[in-house]
Design a protein around this ligand. Sequence first.
Ligand code: COA
Length: 680
Amino acid sequence: MTAINAVTDLTREGDVAVITLNNPPVNALSQAMREGLSAALAQADKDAGAKAILLICAGRTFIAGADISEFGKIQGGAGFKEAQAAFDAVGKPIVAAIHGTALGGGLEVAMCCHYRVATASAKFGQPEVNLGLIPGLGGTQRLPRLVGVPKALEMVATGKPIGAPEALSLGLIDEIVPGDLKEGALAFIKTLLASGKGIRRTRDLQEKVTGDFSAVFAFAKGQNMRGFEAPLDGIKAVEAATTLPFDEGLDLELKTFLARMASAQSAALRHLFFAERKATKIPDVPDDAPTLEIRKVGIVGAGTMGGGIAMNFANAGIPVTILEMKQKALDHGLDVVKKNYDASAAKGRFTPEDAQKRFGLLTGTLKMEDLGDCDLIIEAVFERMDVKKDVFGKLDKIAKPGAILASNTSFLDIDEIAGATSRPDHVLGLHFFSPANVMKLLEVVRGAKTSKTVVATAMKLAKTIGKVGVLVGVAYGFVGNRMLAARSNEADKMVMEGAFPWDIDAVMVKFGFPMGGFAMWDLAGLDLGWVKEESHGETLRDLLNEAGRKGQKTGGGYYDYDASRKATPSPVTQKLLSDLWAKKGVSPRKIPEQEILERQIYPMINEGAKILEEGKASRASDIDIVWLYGYGFPAWRGGPMFYADSIGLDTVLAGVKKYGLTPAALLEKLVAEKKKFADL
Ligand code: COA
C-alpha cells in the first residue's frame, strides 16, 4: 500500500488500482483530498499492471461535498479545473464505488469517473444551492449529460438528493451492489474489462443535452425565488450545458461558482450550516452525556398540536398513546391524523402500507393511567397556567419514576409548571411549531431544575424525530415568540399611525419571509390568546375578533380569503381601521417601506440581544436557527443576528433609539466595543 498523503491511499488488488480516501467524519473534499486524488490517479495510470482504477471511501460515507470550512478562504480557481483534468488524463476505466452520500463535490468526483456503482441506500445530490452556491467541479455540465436536463435542473436548483434506485433508472449510476461494496465494485470491473468496454467520459455524452430545451429553462427561470440568487445562477449554468461546448460550460460554471462563493448570500448560508450543527452542542452538557431511552410516548390533548406532535413520534417508529377527555374529541383528533397520513400517502410521500403502519402506532385513551408506562409525556392542552399545573400534578402521580414530563407551552413559565410536580428535574418544555409534523424547529426549554440527562435526552430525541432542537431558557415566549412579540408590537403601532396590515406584510415578503405577520395571525387564528371580556375595541385585532373575523378559519381576518385560501386586502378591515383612526384622532400617514422594514427587524434584533444578555439562548447563532426553522426568516440573510452583524450593530442601535425602543445593554456594549454578535 502507498500512502499518497494523509487522506489518500493507493493499493493494487489483482489488476485493479484501488484509491481509498479517508478524511473523517464525512470525507469532505479538502485541498489535501483533491491533491491526493490527482496524484493517486496519475500514479495508477502509470501502473502498467493496473487495467482499471477503483475509487472508494473509508468510513461512513463517500465524499459528502467540498470542505465547507475552506470556503471563503480558497483563492483563484481553487485547483478545481486541475482536479477534473487529472481524471480526463487517465487512459483506463475509473469506477467510483459509492456508499452513504455522494453530495456536491462528491457527486461531481463520481461523475468525473467513467462508471459508478453504489449501495442501495446511497444518496446523490448537488446541495450547493443550500449554501448559496452552484456546483463548481463540473456538476452543472456533467449531471445533465447523465440524468437529462429537467432532472439536473431540479437537482441543481433545489438541492434535493435522490436515492440509488432513481439514480440507476436515470443513468447516474450503472449498478446497485447488493452485498459488500468493494467486492461488488471489483466484480463490476471484472465484467467491464471482459466486455471490452473502455473508458466512458461523461463530458463526451451529448445525447441528453442535445435538443431544444428553451421552454424548460423559461419555466425554471420564471419561478419566484424571493430574492434568493443561487437557484437562478444554477439554472443558467445547466442551460450552458445545452448551448456551449463542454469546456466553455465548465468555465462559465467556475466563474459563477467563485462569484457566488464571494457573495453575502453564500456567507449567510454557510453561517447557518455551521450554526445548525453548533446548536446541538450545549455548553455545560458534554456530547456523550448519558441519555434516557424513549421507547413510548404519551400525549395529553388530541387537538391540532397534540395530533401533529404524535405524528412525529409515529413517523420515527415510536408508539404513542394520546389522551383526551371526551371520546368525541379523541375520535376527531385521531381522524385528523389519519386524514393527514392518507393525504401524504396520496401525494406519494410514502406508501399506503407505510401510512397504515405509522397510524397503527397511535393509540387513543380517555384514561390518564394508560400513560403510566410512557418514558416521555408531552402535554398539549389549553394555554393557561392553572390548567397546565393541574395536568402536571396529575401526570406526576401516574407517570412511572424516571419518566420525563414535557409541556408544549409556547409562552408559559416552565419552572412554575415543574413546581406542580415532585420531579422538577424531569420537567422541561418541548415547544413544537405549528404544523407540528412539518415545522423543523423544536425549542427545548430548560427549567431551573431540569437535569442535564433530561436536556441531553431531549436534544437527542429532536434529532430522532427529524427536528432541529435549540436549547432555550425560561422566559415569556422563550426565544422565538418573544422576538415575534417585539416585532408584532411595533407592527401594531405602525397600524395605529396609518399603515395597513398588508403594507407591512408586503415589506416582510419583499425582505424574503414566506408571509407577513398579519397573514400569520390569520393562519393561526386572531382569537388565539384573545379574551372577549378583556376586549375594549381599542385595537384592530379587538375589532376584527368582535366582528367574528378570526382569520382563515372564518373565511377572513385581516385579509379576505377565497376558496383556494388566496389572501386579498379586506375592505372590511380597511373600514374598521379607518373608523378606529378617526375615533382616536389619528391622521394616518403613509409609512415609507424602509421605515417599516427597520421597525420590524430592529425590535427583533434588540429583543434577541436581551435574550442573549439574560443567557436565555447559548449563542447568537442559536437564535438564527430558531428564526430560520420556526418562522421562515430568509435563509440567505443568515437569521436576524447574523443580519444585524452584516448591516452593522451601530446602525441597529441608532435605529432602535430612533424608534423609541429601549436598547438592550448588550447591544450598546457591543457597539461601544466595536464588536459583533458573532464575537460573543
Ligand atoms: N465540509 C466540512 N465539514 C462538513 C461537511 C462539509 N462538506 N459536511 C459535514 N461536515 C461536518 C459537520 O460540520 C459536522 O462536524 P461537527 O461534528 O464538528 O459538528 C460533521 O461533519 C458531521 O456532519 P453532520 O451533518 O452532523 O452529520 P450527518 O451524518 O447528520 O450528515 C451529511 C452528513 C453529509 C449528510 C451532512 O453533513 C451534509 O449535508 N453535509 C453538507 C453536504 C454539502 O452541502 N455538500 C456540498 C458542499 S459544496
